[in-house]
Ligand binder design. Structure first.
Ligand code: ASP
Length: 344
């Protein structure tokens, strides 16, 4: 039986072309993309296509469009073996993270990909990324279960857990990596799957879609010289419910009494504050230095080894589903779908 994959085309460089007037790249529709790819007809997988009515540069991605993607996946879930989402690289890691929480108990592959060069360019990376993603989305074990039943990013030979991935290069083809999680597969002459690392959901349970995300969140980065007035403006914002604070090293902050007080006040008001390191690799360990210990004392929650993209998406998802800061704290301290490494 031929495997069937739904290709969801949202936009991104892969399907863009230069506007002759401005010289800037603009998203075009899917037929333009497919016309550049005669090899598409030779793929041994049945590919259905759903395109966004208005393809976008992924800088314009937002929670409403994430919910739209979830609806498309829900509508087609029982009729296809897997999904490939063509998406711009700029916010791909945010979308992959968000979908990993919005598609609870996912039992089918959802592979996001795109490219650094438009598909009509001679040296494009788009063809390989697209063809290999379709192959991965259709891959099965001998018992018929999908090989990769999780949200992933495939890019430049690497299959990465979506909520662990981050964009690392604005120019090179090697645009993504997941520093705190090994690759789930490597594609060279063969696609080598690292099966032991891939999530194993309960295939007997239905996928549960979630559509709500609470955007009352903010990310701020600590830096030497940070000013109280600026931070207070952010923290006193009435609709603010969650903060991702990018700290130094293993989760440290300057020992400034006003900063600790501002964090404590926010925590008392029920704002959830997550500590994420500015380092590309390694976890937060708040008890290691007194600069981190102080944060823990005023209610700041460890983000473990989460990416910023994932922390913000998880927070938006949890805040949309609960008003109970204690529940949110417990969930932030658990790995819901492989997004953090929680020490035993
Ligand atoms: N600005 C583009 C986008 O994210 C970049 C890309 O696709 O690589 O849509």
């Amino acid at each position: 039986m031929t495997n069937r994959v739904l290709l969801i085309y949202t936009g991104g460089t892969i399907g863009m072309d230069w506007n002759p007037q401005t010289g800037a790249l603009e998203p075009l529709d899917f037929h333009h993309l497919i016309a550049q790819m005669p090899e598409f007809d030779a793929i041994p997988v049945a590919v259905d296509v759903h395109q966004f009515p208005q393809p976008i540069d992924s800088s314009d991605m937002n929670p409403q469009l994430w919910a739209h993607i979830v609806t498309i996946i829900e509508d087609h879930y029982d009729h296809v073996d897997g999904f490939v989402i063509l998406h711009g690289t700029d916010t791909m890691a945010f979308t992959a993270s968000a979908l990993s929480f919005m598609l609870q108990n996912l039992t089918k592959p959802v592979i996001l990909t795109g490219s650094q060069l438009p598909i009509n360019q001679l040296r494009t990376d788009g063809r390989e990324n697209l063809i290999t993603s379709i192959e991965i989305a259709a891959a099965h074990h001998p018992d018929g279960t999908p090989r990769v039943p999780e949200v992933c990013i495939y890019f430049s030979g690497k299959l990465l857990r979506g909520n662990r991935a981050t964009k690392i290069n604005s120019e090179g083809f090697n645009a993504f990596d997941s520093f705190n999680c090994p690759h789930l597969a490597d594609a060279g002459v063969n696609i080598v799957y690292h099966d032991a690392l891939i999530l194993k959901p309960d295939f007997s349970r239905p996928m549960r879609p979630h559509f709500a995300m609470d955007a009352g969140v903010v990310v701020f980065t600590l830096f030497p010289g940070i000013q109280e007035e600026t931070l207070r403006h952010i923290m006193d914002s009435p609709k603010l419910r969650g903060i991702v604070m990018r700290t130094y090293g293993s989760g440290n902050a300057p020992q400034l009494p006003w900063l600790i007080k501002a964090l404590e006040d926010a925590h008392q008001r029920g704002v959830t504050i997550i500590n994420i390191t500015q380092c590309a690799a390694g976890p937060v360990q708040m008890a290691r230095y007194s600069g981190g210990f102080l944060l823990k004392n005023v209610g700041v929650i460890s983000g473990y080894d989460s990416t910023v993209e994932c922390a913000i998406a998880k927070l938006m998802h949890l805040l949309a589903h609960s008003d109970d800061p204690e529940f949110i704290r417990r969930q932030m301290n658990r790995s819901l779908c492989g997004e953090i490494t929680v020490p035993a």
